[in-house]
Design a protein around this ligand. Structure first.
Ligand SMILES: C[S@@+](CC[C@H](N)C(=O)[O-])C[C@H]1O[C@@H](n2cnc3c(N)ncnc32)[C@H](O)[C@@H]1O
Length: 224
């Protein structure tokens, strides 16, 4: 069984006690259908080394493999979609880095097992890039990153074929959209706050702080 405590000091300073696998699976089973929906968006605030999102990723990739293992191109495109819809915030930088490496490992091993020699280096580079943007070292209470700047998350959506569109949003605004509402909401575009009507999601969302032109998902790193 994985260690739940790294040190007594970290427990005292950061409340760092990792959730065990059995509890994670029991909790995720409460939203089982969402954990198996490839593009379903998950944010784990205070993610530690990513116990919840790692399991979500495993579940999504199992679906990707079962549907697309015969087509390396489709497998990689949907694996990209699965990873790019997963987000985490963690205050300790070593945990955030461990989390990124762990998720990358799950993707790489999954791809090598599903499509073997057809795994493209550019696909793996894109996964690495997205994990840098989606798993952030920051404070989930102040919503500031390690540089004390407001946390910005990128929304990645496949538009057509291999083209992906990126829009950046302030986490504070995404969360504000669900504040005060006693209902389960999702990130990006599935909220009711009247900021702007988004044609893509056909719903009201906060205005993005930045939009990028669509690019091949293997080239997302070009946007800086
Ligand atoms: C109880 S552990 C849970 C970790 C993981 N979610 C799990 O279930 O295994 C809490 C984690 O939150 C982090 N943490 C504490 N305060 C935080 C904050 N204000 N913002 C982000 N992360 C925080 C700690 O470093 C620790 O890794």
């Amino acid at each position: 069984m994985a260690r739940q405590v790294k040190s007594r000091q970290r427990v005292t300073e950061f409340g760092e006690v990792f959730t065990n696998e059995r509890e994670i699976n029991a909790m995720l089973d409460l939203v089982k259908a969402e954990t198996e929906r490839i593009e379903s968006r998950f944010l784990e605030p205070a993610c530690g080394n990513g116990n919840f999102i790692a399991e979500v990723l495993r579940r999504k990739l199992a679906v990707v493999a079962s549907r697309y293992r015969r087509s390396p191109q489709e497998y990689q495109r949907y694996a990209f979609l699965a990873v790019s819809s997963i987000y985490g915030v963690e205050i300790q930088s070593d945990n955030a880095q461990e989390c990124r490496e762990r998720l990358f490992d799950i993707v790489e091993k999954g791809a090598r097992s599903a499509i073997r020699g057809a795994v493209e280096p550019a696909f793996l580079d894109a996964i690495r890039y997205v994990l840098e943007k989606n798993i952030l070292c920051g404070d989930a209470l102040t919503l500031k990153d390690a540089n004390d700047e407001p946390i910005i998350f990128a929304e990645w959506s496949l538009v057509t074929g291999d083209l992906v569109k990126r829009r950046d949003f302030l986490l504070s605004e995404l969360l504000e959209s669900s504040a005060g509402k006693n209902e389960q909401t999702s990130m990006f575009g599935e909220t009711n706050t009247p900021w702007m009507f988004d044609m893509e999601t056909q719903s009201y969302i906060p205005a993005p702080v930045r939009e990028y032109p669509p690019v091949d998902y293997r080239e997302v790193g070009r946007n800086g």
